[in-house]
Design a protein around this ligand. Structure first.
Ligand code: NAD
Length: 398
């Protein structure tokens, strides 16, 4: 099945109406400033960090399509960055800044003069954090610290009306909660227990954001989401790697016994959750965001199941005369590989009316089709990054 994202602004208006109705039936901690179905009404300047990355790019595209806001995209343009999906737009401005540089970060925040900050910039690949943890600590911990300091200075000087409306939204991961056994799900009250250098750096950044709220009163909202997938993801993570290996007829690596369980979230569904949390979330709160399975089930799947589903889609879309599943090859496990992640997204559904709108099967089919239609892009970004699909993150030394 093919589907497009045309009309998703309409979908968001519906979600916003539901969120308003839900919030109006509950004791309200803050007045809702926005009554129009138009997203981000009254928010004129948005600073997105990491907007040249996979999720940040989807967010920037949506902001440009569904709001009138000026979008400032702070990104250092690292190996996984690409601006092709955004292109030229009169309301989009790239601020090429590395968050590890405090002065440049402060200058960028002053230039953007934001009403809303959505912080996605981070080193994001667990395997790379195993090979080189330093960059993760510098960007994800030090970078978040520099940004918080710059944003706090900006927020404290805002006139009262803008100060009242201002929000800092920190985008994080469910990996901060560690690893689940066979049962249970992560929720907003799950204790932190990160296991990889990546998840530890994200956990540290979550704590910094929370501390800046409690200590300085910065109006923050946090979200912790599961594994994202969809178009424009740099082809080093599981789903695009499997598609490209299957297409090339090369061995498809399956870590360990393939029984590790992940919850999969289609990136466009995630963007809707982010916009709702940023504009309607309760200050100081966090929200867990997870994907949808088929027929309303959770989208938990073993890695083997996901790989086999992609192989079956490839059999239909790009038949090779023999099942692609024959290429699946077990390789040594990732060091410290978390066994199971699963998300209870009940809070964001109950409070803000968000639910994911793409089942895993729909999202995977759209994603496989997208990669098959964008092979030149894959080649180009991999070449630019000097990465050709090889295994990384096997060693435990930096
Ligand atoms: P990505 O790697 O595709 O993009 C991250 C972007 O951040 C890149 O463009 C990079 O250049 C930029 N960046 C990194 N360090 C920076 C720095 N020091 N200064 C300025 N820019 C910097 O990542 P993504 O998959 O889009 O993830 C975005 C956010 O969502 C991250 O914070 C990540 O932890 C979180 N997250 C991602 C997933 C997922 O499945 N992809 C799941 C949960 C949470």
């Amino acid at each position: 099945m093919r589907f497009s994202h045309a009309g998703l602004c309409t979908g968001l208006s519906g979600l916003l109406a539901t969120a308003r109705a839900l919030r109006s039936s509950q004791p309200r901690k803050q007045a809702l400033a926005v009554t129009s179905p138009l997203l981000l009404e009254g928010t004129e300047r948005v600073l997105v960090t990491g907007g040249a990355g996979f999720i940040g790019g989807a967010l920037v595209r949506r902001l440009l399509r569904c709001s009138e806001a000026q979008v400032f995209n702070l990104d250092k343009l690292g190996y996984a960055s690409d601006l092709t999906s955004i292109g030229e737009h009169p309301r989009h401005q790239l601020l090429r800044v590395d968050l590890t540089e405090a002065e440049a970060t402060a200058a960028a925040v002053r230039q953007a003069d934001p009403d809303l900050v959505m912080h996605l910039a981070a080193e994001s690949h667990v395997d790379r954090s195993i090979d080189g943890p330093a960059a993760f600590i510098e960007s994800n911990v030090g970078g978040t610290f520099n940004l918080l300091q710059a944003v706090r200075a900006h927020w404290e000087l805002l006139p009262p009306e803008r100060r009242e409306r201002f929000r800092f939204h920190h985008i994080s991961t469910d990996e901060v909660f560690g690893s689940l056994g066979l049962t249970g799900r992560f929720s907003e009250t799950t204790p932190y227990d990160p296991r990889s250098p990546y998840s530890a750096s994200k956990a540290a950044s979550d704590h910094l954001v929370s501390a800046w709220h409690h200590t300085y009163g910065l109006p923050v909202v946090l979200t912790n989401c599961s594994n994202n997938y969809g178009p424009w993801q740099f082809p080093e993570k599981l789903i695009p790697v499997v598609i490209l290996k299957a297409l090339a007829g090369e061995p498809i690596p399956l870590y360990g016994d393939g029984a590790n369980v992940r919850d999969w979230l289609y990136v466009e569904d995630h963007v809707e959750a982010l916009l709702l949390a940023a504009t309607r979330g309760t200050i100081g709160s966090s929200y867990c965001v997870g994907g949808a399975g088929d027929h309303g089930s959770p989208s938990e799947r073993t890695n083997r199941d996901v790989v086999e589903t992609i192989c079956a889609l490839m059999d239909q879309l790009q038949p090779q005369g023999a099942p692609h599943a024959r290429l699946i090859t077990r390789v040594s496990d990732r060091p410290g590989h978390d066994r199971r992640y699963a998300i209870d997204a009940g809070k964001i559904t109950a409070e803000l009316g968000w639910t994911p709108r793409h089942s895993l099967q729909q999202g995977l089919e759209a994603t496989v089709r997208w990669y098959l239609d964008h092979l030149d892009w894959c080649k180009q970004v991999r070449q630019r990054a000097g990465y050709s699909g090889e295994r990384i993150g096997v060693t435990s030394t930096a």
